[in-house]
Design a protein around this ligand. Structure first.
Ligand SMILES: [Zn+2]
Length: 422
């Protein structure tokens, strides 16, 4: 609770203000907060960038929504409400929304904390728009009358309760004149930044020697620096802005995020492999497993790198641990994979004359060669599992950094938890 009795805590959420061609909800939200901060005695406590279910039908890349927590004097609440309403009206004219437009913006504000379950639902599964709209009755929603998909993301971002180990992203935006031009941030500068600022992460894809902080779309974002602490991303940003040849940003802001949280998945599950993998279109591979009594199809995309390579080496009988998301078609899209390679992989009974397998006549009988009548005690032949060419971290394979989801926790930050531990 706040020290000043007349200060009210207000949650604000915004989503779906961008189109594939232009704009970015992060920049629009920053414009809004700039206006809000002009209100006397308003304090912005925290900005939040929240990633949601990657399979949501209506999403832009990364499926992120914005929210913030502010403190506002009671006497300014009416003024705040008016400001939000005017801002939204102005936004609609700028977005030039027509009936063919896919943009479906929503701006929400509430003086009460929204139900945390809104977040958990939206990060792990499909949300029904009508049900969510009904659950928000009494909450102030600014949206179009016939297209209000943005209220799912906006309300879910507002409902998120950050954990102690949540991550941070500093987003820097470009000067308007630069938007659409090439961003001047070399891979070597990003590499040096990473070395000098070890509390930042997922800045580069070392497998492709490629910087990951700058987007490749014509959006207003210059770059986003992720890290474990607000101070870490701020220092990295200040360092990179001081380097010659790096494009200067117009403005920046630090957001608390659920990125790298693994919130979108339950922990890992055990399984026994039932079939060899088959390759489907585009070099994606899939196989069948038995996991917690259920037959499942596990899919590893070509872009999954080591996850795909490991899946293709699996044989029936192998014991694995897997982590992934159930896709709308029911198959599991793998994000991380581990094989229990300490268990031998059985290849069969010993062989005697003419390459024939020795057989047993019954449960307590020895193995016998049907040609030379040779008899031995029962045993199995086995082979070592060859994992050459696959990089494992604590036994786990993961895709390269550029192919991971925003929500996925890199193995360098920790071994996955079992779904039983969650
Ligand atoms: Zn024999």
């Amino acid at each position: 609770m706040t020290a000043h009795a007349d200060l009210h805590r207000v949650w604000i959420g915004l989503d779906d203000t961008d189109s594939p061609h232009s704009g970015c909800t992060t920049a629009t939200f920053d414009d809004l907060l700039k206006e809000i901060s002009k209100i006397e005695n308003v304090e912005i406590i925290e900005r939040r960038l929240v990633r949601l279910w990657p399979f949501a039908e209506r999403r832009t890349r990364g499926n992120g929504a914005l929210a913030c927590v502010i403190e506002c004097p009671k006497k300014s609440l009416m003024f705040l409400e008016e400001l939000l309403s005017n801002f939204f009206k102005q936004l609609l004219t700028e977005l030039e929304i027509d009936e063919n437009s896919l943009t479906s913006p929503a701006l929400i504000f509430s003086s009460k904390k929204l139900d945390e379950n809104f977040y958990w639902e939206a990060v792990r599964q499909k949300v029904d728009l009508d049900i969510r709209r009904k659950s928000l009755s009494g909450v102030k929603i600014l949206s179009l009358e016939n297209s209000d998909w943005g209220l799912i993301g906006a309300s879910s971002a507002m409902a998120w309760v950050p954990s102690e180990n949540s991550t941070w992203e500093l987003i820097a935006w470009r000067f308007p004149d630069n938007i659409g031009t090439k961003r001047n941030i070399t891979s070597s500068v990003v590499k040096k930044m990473e070395t000098l600022h070890p509390e930042t992460f997922v800045n580069r894809d070392p497998t492709a020697d490629k910087g990951l902080i700058a987007p490749r779309t014509p959006c207003p974002v210059l770059y986003g620096i992720r890290g474990s602490k607000p101070q870490a991303v701020l220092m990295a940003h200040e360092w990179i802005q001081a380097q010659s040849g790096v494009e200067k940003c117009e403005r920046f802001a630090i957001h608390r995020t659920n990125q790298l949280s693994d919130d979108h998945i339950l922990g890992f599950s055990r399984a026994t492999v039932l079939t060899k993998s088959i390759e489907t279109k585009g070099a994606h591979s899939s196989l069948q497993v038995l996991s917690n009594g259920k037959n499942l199809t596990l899919v590893a995309f070509k872009e999954g790198g080591d996850v795909n390579r490991l899946l293709r080496k699996l044989m029936p009988g192998d014991r694995i641990d897997w982590l992934g998301m159930k896709s709308p078609d029911g198959s599991i899209h793998l994000e991380r994979l581990s094989i229990n390679s300490s268990l031998p992989r059985i290849t069969g009974r010993p062989i005697c004359c003419n390459g024939k397998t020795m057989r047993s006549a019954g449960s307590n009988q020895p193995l016998r060669c049907l040609i030379c009548e040779n008899v031995v005690e029962k045993y199995w032949l086995y082979e070592e599992i060859n994992l050459d060419g696959i990089e494992l971290i604590n036994g786990w394979a993961e895709p390269s950094p550029s192919q991971r989801r925003h929500l996925s926790k890199p193995l360098s930050l920790g071994v996955p938890l079992s779904s039983g531990d969650i």
